[in-house]
Design a binder for this molecule. Structure first.
Ligand code: SF4
Length: 180
């Protein structure tokens, strides 16, 4: 059975992504590595949502709480805030590819390919750049499970976030609150 390391950004995005991979017959391990989620308690809510989904579907998740270092994330995007998503994807996918290689996985991929709000083609290109001879990038357009993922996450009571993750995205989401 081929082994896949799936980078998971949150519970809701992982539901149909995991179901698809399991239906395809892969042995899946999740990886929660997201220093882009601010503030810390928001990170905890998303992490716990990811763990709940993994338990429901019976998969193991590697949780990198010890690598939750927002300061490193801010350094990676500093002075390139307009292109921050690329650097944010790269940081998370580079680490995923590295752990997958070290762990002898056949493939790595990411739930970022599930979101209709992310730059899908940029994420796919990054994945292809990061693959190696033994650990390939597994591309699939997981957006096909979008609606089912929303419905199931509500049914299962999985935490659903209101903004992408970083303080910049939180600011964009709520900036209307400053209108006077
Ligand atoms: S908006 Fe989302 S993908 Fe873009 S930098 Fe912020 S957390 Fe990362």
């Amino acid at each position: 059975m081929k082994r896949v390391l799936l980078h998971i950004c949150c519970g809701p995005c992982s539901i149909t992504t995991l179901k698809h991979l399991l239906d395809e017959g892969y042995a899946v391990t999740g990886l929660f590595f997201n220093p882009n989620i601010h503030p810390l308690m928001e990170y905890v809510k998303r992490r716990d949502g990811c763990i709940e989904v993994a338990e429901q579907l019976g998969i193991r998740v590697i949780v990198k709480d010890n690598e939750y270092k927002p300061q490193e994330w801010f350094r990676a995007v500093a002075h390139r805030e307009n292109n921050r998503c690329f650097h944010c994807y790269a940081m998370r996918m580079e680490r995923t590819a590295q752990i997958a290689r070290k762990g002898g996985f056949d493939f790595f991929t990411t739930t970022l390919l599930y979101s209709k709000y992310q730059k899908h083609d940029e994420i796919a290109a990054l994945g292809r750049d990061l693959e190696s001879a033994k650990t390939k990038f597994l591309y699939h357009d997981f957006r096909e499970g979008w609606q089912e993922g929303i419905e199931t996450s509500k049914e299962w009571g999985i935490y659903r976030q209101q903004y992408c993750g970083c303080l910049y995205s939180e600011n964009e989401r709520y900036k209307k609150e400053l209108d006077t």
